[in-house]
Design a protein. Sequence first.
Length: 342
Amino acid sequence: MSRNAPLKESVDEGVRDDLFLDTTLRPASFDEYVGQKTIKENLKILLGAAAERGHPPEHLLFYGPPGLGKTTLAHLIAKEIGRAIKITSGPVIEKVGDIASIITNLTPGDILFIDEIHRLNKTVEEVLYPAVESGVLNIILGKGPSARTIELALPPFTLVAATTRIALISSPLRSRFSGGVFRLEYYNEEEIGQIILRSAKILKVPVNKEAVKEIAGRSRFTPRTANYLLKRCRDFAQMNKKLLDMETVRAALALLGVDEKGLTLSDRKILDALAQKFGGGPVGLGTIAASLSEEEATVEEYNEPYLMQMGFIERTPRGRMITARGYEHLGLKTPQGQRKLL
């Protein structure tokens, strides 16, 4: 068979279906979407009212930590209104011509989804203002005294954007999201358990309640992490010819370095550094990152939020400190005089 042979000649239909199921576990409707109840209720009202008026929905912004379902909501909005969705991200749109090409190729009623919109180029951002507010695109032709501006009418569309850093979005851009700005919250263990059960059913993986609870308890309250851990536990069970029960889950997650509270090796290194190297703190973010040979942004955006949510560290004006709960998790005795987080 030729190296450039079509996929259908080398992969049969059953294998291709399995690959598809293995790579996408997104809900197909709002009824299947677990959690974020308030956001779903608001969206149903907004989309229903817009449909009755015969108008595209107003522009929407979703923000919150990674893995909570911002992109999934954008897909569900497109399905709900029966329109196509065009997907891009802030860093990809480098020039005005890029955004102009994308917008002018939309058909009426389409959804334009821009992920990580806080990384959008400022020049591009300014071109986007009249596009979302007035439905026109202003393009400058030529340079110097002979330059002229032409105004292109755009098809009506809905901008749906997502960001993990809403503070980096300028006020003028944020105010253009007339449909609403919604924050996605972390999930609870019961909701994560429902997501794991649904994903296991799609992946055709038999899993018992104890195993689901074990995975849910280590999923950092995040659906993306829950699905990741489920797949890795499935792989471990498959290669070791075992059932996906609690014992198998514990063995698989121990191999991954994920402990019973969902902390990874890098999380525990941060706690250990605070406790052992820096006497419990306070210590600055840069010092912590340097001691672990890690990027400050990684520590601040990935590790810190979960450690704070679990009550293992706290952030003070002078720096980060490990709490009594953090010492307990490491199996260490809290030093006398260490301030406890109650």
